[in-house]
Every structure is written in C-alpha cells, then in structure tokens.
Design a protein around this ligand. Structure first.
Ligand code: PBG
Length: 342
C-alpha cells in the first residue's frame, strides 16, 4: 500500500518515494483547482479593439477571421453589445479611405473624421463604456508611417506637434482614453499639458510604452489598409525585439510625462516585459494581444489544429499571470460571452 509511484494499484497519498509532497492533491477536483487558482480572467480585464470604415457595408478582414471593419452605426451597436456584456472599454481604429490619405496625415485632425464620428455614435449608444482612441498617423498617411517624413526619415518633433492636434480632436469628440501608439519621443509630455489646457484634464493617457517593431502587426495593417503602402519598416521608432532594459526606460519616461497607464505590445511573446514593468512601476499595466497573435490562434483553430477556445482562454490567463491588469484582445466579445455562459 505504500509502494513507490508507478507501482501497480491505487495511490495511497501517503508515504511512498515522494513522501508527503503530493502536488497533485490540490488538482484532483474541479472545485479544488478553482479554489487554489492564483489568477482569474474576468470580463473586467478586457478591452475590445474595433475597426471602423466609411459607408454601410460590414467587411471581413481576410487575415483576421471573425473580425470585420464596421460602419459607424454598426460599431455603435457593437459597442452597446460589449457594454451589455460588461466589457469596460473599446479601442477604435479607422480604415481611412485611401483618397483621404496624404504625406502629412491631415485627415487625423479632421474633427469629423471616421474615428471622431465613431466616438460620438458610440457615446450615444453606450454612454457608460470607456472609449480609447489611438494616437498615431499611420491610418492617415500615404506612406503608412506613424509620423511625418522628411526624405526617408520619420521626424520626431514635427510629428509630436501633429499628435497633439490629433489627441485634442479625439478628446473633443469624447474619447475617454488617449492611447499614443506612435513611439515618438516626448509625445506624452506634449499631449498631457495640451489636454489640460483645453479642458480635458479628466482624459486619461494609456501610453504604448513598450511597443516593439514586430512582425505580429501584419493583419492589423491589412485591417487599416496600410500594409501595401508602408514604405520600409518602423524600426527607427518602434523598439528592437532584443531589448528589455530599454522598455523600462521607455515606461519610466512616459510615466514621468504623465501617462496614467502603460501598455506592452505585442503580448504573448513579450510577457517578460509585462512582468518587469508591473514589478518595477506598479502602474496599471496592459498588454495588447495583437492581430498576428489572434490570427495564429484563430487560423490554427479553424483548421482543427488546436482547441481555439481553450487556447484563447489560456493565452489571456497568461497575461494575468504575468501581472497585466487587462488585455486588448480581438477575442474580447467571445470571451465575455463564454464567461457569462459560465
Ligand atoms: C499603429 C498601430 C499598430 C497597431 C496598433 N496601432 C500597428 C503598427 O504599429 O504598425 C497594431 C495592433 C495589432 O496588430 O493588432 N500605430
């Protein structure tokens, strides 16, 4: 009865070669596994990114099965649905008509651009959901970069001036959280006082503090239509994937400039960064499970290669384990529905 593990017959859970150190005891039953679970994913952890477009057609994003570009009215309905599911916030990204894109990204400062229209429609349809808008010029530039170019260079300070304008237009439309994703130096420090001076002192800033130059953004660039036009790559402003101390310096600067929350992006391949930022600064810390991560899980699941639902939950739980306070994920609505169903 006290034989070694692996001997024939039922385990006695006493003695044997492992003594009393039986890790499996707590895992035997579902109730016990739930009782000892250290991190739990809830609907409060979810931020849902939505793509909006002109006109009134819903358009599938080919590289992101299950994700569509929504006309403004549909985006408002979708946001209301998300609010009803308890999702705290959505994040908006526009597919700008190619005819409206130019070298300077001027459509970004149009107070009636797609994002501003969507913010107003969502505010009316779902007054209590948080609305996050992305500050960066890439959906509006003909070259697909997040800033303005002089020759082949993406110039920092001239871009920051434009980002401030963009942030003010978004705040005026009713955005709750301004999320600069451009990775220019000094943008949080410029946006914060501009918001304050214009009556938007309550508007929060979630900085993409550690945003890497990643291959995992490919499907997103399809979704906003900047993939084919992007001239070169974004390595002169987004971070090198080999770096981690640098992420701490980026976050420290953004926090000192007034960021209310920080974000790490992409997500799963950068959990070490999430962990380090949370441990170091104790700030509200978010991760972006980006388009390529979504596409990998959905693509494999659609082929029957993995259990999509389990992979979705497991990946999101991993963010919580690494210390994230929440996750931007294209799975948000699916997850919220599943959590509600129990
Ligand atoms: C653009 C921006 C990108 C994403 C969010 N904001 C792409 C990029 O930097 O090229 C990527 C999100 C995703 O892949 O899901 N400033």
């Amino acid at each position: 009865a006290f034989g070694p593990v692996g001997a024939d017959g039922p385990d006695t859970f006493a003695g044997g070669v492992v003594g009393n150190r039986r890790m499996r005891r707590n895992r035997r039953t579902d109730w016990s596994r739930r009782l000892v679970r250290e991190t739990t994913l809830t609907v409060d952890d979810l931020i849902w990114p939505i793509f909006v477009r002109d006109g009134d057609e819903v358009e599938q994003v080919a590289s992101m099965p299950g994700v569509s570009r929504l006309p403004v009215a549909r985006a408002a309905e979708a946001a209301a649905e998300a609010a009803a599911l308890g999702i705290p916030a959505i994040a908006l990204f526009p597919f700008t008509d190619p005819g409206l894109r130019d070298e300077g990204g001027t459509e970004a400062f149009n107070p009636n651009n797609l994002v501003c229209q969507a913010v107003r429609a969502i505010r009316a349809a779902a007054p209590d959901i948080g609305i996050i808008t992305d500050v960066a010029l890439d959906p509006y530039t003909s070259h697909g970069h997040d800033g303005v170019m002089h020759g082949n260079e993406i110039v920092n300070d001239a871009t920051v001036e434009r980002l401030v304008e963009q942030a003010l237009v978004q705040a005026a439309a009713g955005a709750d959280i301004i999320a600069p994703s451009d990775m220019m130096d000094g943008r949080v420090g410029a946006i914060r006082p501009a918001l304050d001076a214009n009556g938007f002192g309550h508007v929060q800033i979630m900085s993409y503090a550690a945003k890497y130059a990643s291959a995992f953004y490919g499907p997103f660039r399809d979704a906003v239509g900047s993939n084919k036009t992007l001239r070169g790559d974004k390595r002169t402003y987004q971070m090198d994937p080999g770096n981690t101390d640098e992420a701490l310096r980026e976050a420290e600067i953004d926090i000192s400039e007034g960021a209310d929350m920080v974000m790490v992006k992409p997500g799963l391949p950068y959990l070490d960064i999430v962990w380090r930022l949370k441990q170091t600064f104790g700030m509200p810390t978010f991760a972006y499970q980006v388009s390529g991560e979504y596409a990998m899980i959905r693509g494999a699941a659609d082929r029957g290669w993995i259990d999509g639902e389990r992979a979705m939950f497991e990946s999101l739980q991993a963010f919580k384990r690494a210390g994230a306070d929440g996750v931007l994920t294209y799975f948000a609505v699916d997850v919220a529905r599943r959590l509600r169903a129990g």
